[in-house]
Design a protein around this ligand. Structure first.
Ligand code: GDD
Ligand code: MG
Length: 360
């Protein structure tokens, strides 16, 4: 049986202060809590048992996913009293694992949307005989990630988390946040204190001569760390660019949940999602955006690459481009909000309050 640990704790668990109240793994992406996509992809790859390692707002996961049987999984939940870091969180759930000492255990960062061939990673791990195998991807700017140079056989030669100096940027290959650990390696992580798998465990393993194997896979990959990335990821799920068995309905230009009401002449494109009970008025144009449950988009609003929080209201003719509107916020008619603006939850913005373009 294959089993996995899913890391969903730490500091960045909420989209706050990015203005949406829900903890990040539970914000709907393509109509279902984001975590559902990771769980469903793991199941499709043959994983049967998943331990969710969390440090924060654990109470929102269990009521939703229960014992996992709806997804064909057996899910357990472990909550840290204080965040233990990525390595500490992995060690903290060791007692819940069923695997024997030499068997593989999958580990996933909980904020990644990817088309990774999970089985291929497990197969690479088996055939290379590595202690740990890592999914690597290439990015243009690796500074926000863990850099993972490898030799010609794919063996990892160093692990440099969040490089600070130009000299440290030795590769564009980064840790993509999916690993296979030999079970006994997990048991050797120190227990009962915070440990960073990236800053402590991987460097220690390398200096003790352990075999870390990298598998570069250039499939779809996105870290959903910012709301803009989240909106992009949700749209890519709807468009079918990011593969997930959990997208409710066929992939296409838009996803409208059954209880939403969309005016017949409203135009929804680019992977736009309209959540449960949301309302989109006449002539509205929405592209590449996520409209969460119960939000209202009034007639003539033009929304592009934006996130509209649950229960928020976007006034008539208001233009949103690259904006994040918090849950319950009220944006009056005839506003123009652009690039990176974030309206806090439950804020009210009057009509005609913000414009970028000329007054003509
Ligand atoms: N349970 C638990 N406890 N989970 C945690 C903790 C903790 O104390 N700290 C972080 N996590 C979880 C996060 O919820 C996330 O799913 C994952 O571990 C990674 O943590 P982030 O805080 O998102 O790290 P990052 O994005 O800066 O960097 C990590 O991901 C990059 C890829 O996106 C590192 O693994 C990098 O090396 C990697 O390149
Ligand atoms: Mg992250």
């Amino acid at each position: 049986m294959t089993e996995a640990i899913l890391l969903v704790g730490g500091k960045g668990t909420r989209l706050r202060p990015l203005t949406v109240n829900t903890p990040k793994p539970m914000v709907p992406a393509a109509g279902v809590p984001f975590l559902t996509h990771q769980l469903a992809r793991a199941r499709a790859a043959g994983v049967e048992h998943i331990v969710l390692a969390t440090s924060y707002l654990a109470e929102v996961f269990e009521p939703h996913f229960g014992d996992g049987s709806d997804l064909g999984l057996s899910i357990e939940y472990v909550t840290e009293e204080e965040p233990l870091g990525t390595g500490g969180a992995i060690r903290n759930v060791a007692s819940r694992l069923h695997s024997g000492p030499d068997e593989p255990v999958l580990i996933f960062n909980g904020d990644i949307l990817t088309g990774l061939d999970i089985r291929a990673l497990v197969d690479t791990h088996a055939s290379s005989g590595a202690d740990v195998s890592l999914h690597l991807t290439r990015v243009e700017d690796p500074r926000a990630f863990g850099l993972v140079p490898t030799d010609e056989t794919g063996r990892v030669t160093a692990f440099l988390e969040k490089p600070q100096t130009p000299e440290e940027i030795v590769t564009d290959q980064i840790n993509a946040g999916a690993y296979v650990f030999r079970r006994s390696v997990i048991d050797r992580i120190p227990a009962g204190r915070p440990v960073s798998v990236e800053r402590e465990t991987f460097p220690d393993l390398l200096s003790s001569g352990a075999h870390l194997q990298g598998m570069v896979d250039s499939t779809y990959w996105l870290d959903l760390g910012t709301p803009q990335a989240f909106v992009r990821g949700s749209a890519d799920l709807v468009l079918g660019r990011a593969p997930s068995p959990a997208v409710p309905g066929r992939c296409g230009d838009r996803l409208v949940l059954p209880s939403a009401r969309v005016a017949p002449d409203a135009k929804l494109t680019g992977g736009t999602v309209v959540g449960a009970d949301a309302v989109v008025g006449e002539g509205a144009r929405i592209a590449g955006s996520t409209i969460l449950a119960g939000a209202v988009v009034e007639p003539g609003a033009v929304i592009t690459d934006s996130l509209v929080g649950a229960g928020a209201r976007i006034g008539a003719r208001t233009v949103l481009t690259g904006a994040v509107i918090g849950d319950g916020a009220q944006v009056g008619p005839d506003n123009e909000l652009r690039d990176g603006i974030r309206i806090w939850c439950d804020t009210t913005l009057p009509a005609n309050a913000v414009r970028f373009s000329s007054d003509q």
